[in-house]
Design a protein around this ligand. Structure first.
Ligand code: FAD
Ligand code: SF4
Length: 417
């Protein structure tokens, strides 16, 4: 029973492993979602009592929660809602003065800071890293601007952000913000009414292809030519992975080296097992239940993509209106054939020679999907891949776990058996 499990494992985060959660045999023994657990942190708190109804992998109930949070479910007949969820508006934005060391221009960190400075919240749940390891996540309830600043940049590893919910409860705070990805936010929304809060601001990012800490090492070793110096990476809209290196590696321009590797050059056969099973089973790429989502994939290269889901989201974005420049989103190209081609290529673990990958990267960057069509390309590719993964590995949950919007998206493609 889940409560006794919690008693036994009262301080699990003392034994953080490469999952950012419990190690080895505990990963499957303790956490109720077993191999599908994303180590969102809920089960490291007393809220494990509600795991059966709250866990994104045990009880996918995005539609019901969309209604509770935004006052409506997404309209599946409108393409933008089908893909990007309930929203009042979407736009491209970037900080006029980019925040040094942030993942993109630092919109998330700046909003979180403003929430605290303006007294709208007393604390912000976010994730810093262990001192000894830049990629090892360390969730905190930040109460100072310095702590929020320290949480900037992605930790591209499963992160138990909700593990600080006990601290939130014992703080007595009634107004907080939580920064998180889809699976964390779904669990959070499920227990929100039990937190005794007057106001909760949920600032989300999209999330996909997250890895275990060990998987991250393999990804860096396999993909970057200088794995030990990588401080930051992102899969970008130009169909390349961009790796930023520390100052031990200087590029031709005299600045820190930015290495790029085309998506089509990734060693798919070797990388297939690095993504966490939770991320291979996820259909909430766009973080449907956050108030405001800050990503990049629907925006032009170099800009961030903002999805304002409700009035609370608008209130957060307003806090930084004088610090950002914005522009409308656009969409061009046609993703369909590229997605269809990617399905068997990934499934069979095909890897192209690097010169072919480079060439293909240049061509698709020039002629391929852009703006919102690029975002749809990424969503379609991941949903079809994840559907096949679930069908083959967890057929018993396929029916209840895949939301209707995802089924409609997947139905556009021909999938192998
Ligand atoms: P910053 O100001 O640098 O702040 C980053 C914030 O993210 C911090 O507050 C930190 O607390 C939080 N954070 C960092 N790591 C994690 C984590 N593992 N779990 C929860 N919270 C975390 N956007 C897309 O459009 N498409 C994608 O495919 C995509 N994939 C992503 C995959 C991962 C694993 C993550 C964490 C994010 C992804 N994003 C994606 C979002 C994007 O990379 C940026 O995080 C976002 O645009 C915000 O940039 P920023 O400069 O405003 O963030
Ligand atoms: Fe618990 Fe979160 Fe894992 Fe689900 S994903 S079992 S809620 S820690």
């Amino acid at each position: 029973d889940s409560s006794s499990l919690y008693e036994k494992e009262k301080y699990p985060h003392r034994r953080l492993n490469n999952y950012g959660g419990l190690g080895g045999k505990y990963d499957t023994r303790v956490y109720p979602a077993k191999s599908l657990c994303s180590h969102c942190g809920l089960c490291d708190t007393r809220f494990i009592h509600y795991v059966k109804d709250s866990c994104a992998f045990l009880n996918q109930h995005i539609g019901e929660l969309e209604y509770a949070v935004h006052g409506k479910e997404r309209d599946l007949e409108k393409e933008n809602e089908l893909y990007f969820g309930v929203h009042l508006d979407m736009l491209a934005a970037r900080m006029k003065q980019p925040l040094q060391g942030a993942q993109w221009s630092g919109i998330v960190t700046t909003i979180a800071t403003r929430l605290l400075e303006t007294g709208k919240v007393q604390g912000v749940v976010c994730v810093t890293n262990e001192e000894s390891d830049r990629f090892q996540p360390k969730p905190i309830l930040a109460t100072t601007v310095e702590q929020i600043f320290a949480s900037r940049v992605n930790k591209p590893t499963l992160s138990p952000n909700l593990s600080v919910l006990d601290a939130v409860e014992s703080s007595g705070f009634t107004r907080i913000a939580v920064i998180g990805v889809g699976c964390q936010v779904e669990a959070l929304r499920s227990v929100q009414s039990r937190l005794g809060l007057e106001k909760l601001y949920v600032l989300g990012t999209p999330c996909v292809d997250n890895v275990t800490r060990k998987g991250l090492d393999k990804f860096l070793r396999t993909t970057s030519s200088s794995p030990s110096t990588v401080v930051h990476y992102e899969f970008m809209q130009d169909f390349r992975v961009h790796f930023k290196h520390d100052d031990r590696v200087i590029g031709g321009n005299g600045k820190r080296w930015e290495e790029t590797v085309p998506f089509f050059g990734l060693k798919t056969n070797e990388l297939k097992d690095i993504f966490a099973p939770s991320c291979l089973s996820c259909f909430d790429y766009v973080n449907s239940l956050a108030d405001l989502v800050v990503g990049y994939m629907g925006a032009p290269f170099g800009w961030q993509w903002i999805v304002i889901r409700n009035e609370t989201g608008l209130e957060m974005l307003d806090l930084i209106s004088s610090q950002v420049e914005t522009m409308p989103l656009s969409s061009s190209g046609n993703r369909k054939q590229a997605v269809q081609n990617s399905i068997p290529a990934y499934d069979q673990g095909m890897t192209l020679p690097m010169w072919v990958a480079q060439l293909l990267g240049v061509v698709i960057d020039k002629l391929g999907p852009k703006g919102l069509e690029y975002a749809r390309f990424s969503i379609d590719s991941h949903f079809t891949r994840n559907y096949l993964y679930l069908k083959r590995n967890h057929p018993n949950i396929l029916q209840r776990h895949v939301p209707e919007y995802a089924r409609r998206i997947i139905e556009q493609y021909h999938l192998p058996q």
